[in-house]
Design a protein. Sequence first.
Length: 95
Amino acid sequence: MNLEQHLKMCEEHNIKQVFGAPRTPTTQGLVERNNLTVKENITNILKERDQNLNKWCKVLSEVTYKKNISLHRAINKVPYEVVFGMLPRVLCSIK
């Protein structure tokens, strides 16, 4: 996929690209903290279900979904609402 195709696909799907300063200590720390939180959540879910830790990719979508529909205390909104401008439909069938 070349740059033109990528930009066209983003426009068609209403995806906004946000660019920040690369590898700045402030943003890098936030990214690392978020990654650690996701990793800990995946590990805890797998341990609760007595599943092998190699099955992490199956749980990743569940963890990110829950993170995106959970209230964020700093902005007092759901991250999904901030990005898309509406509350998410909550799916109860995640297994």
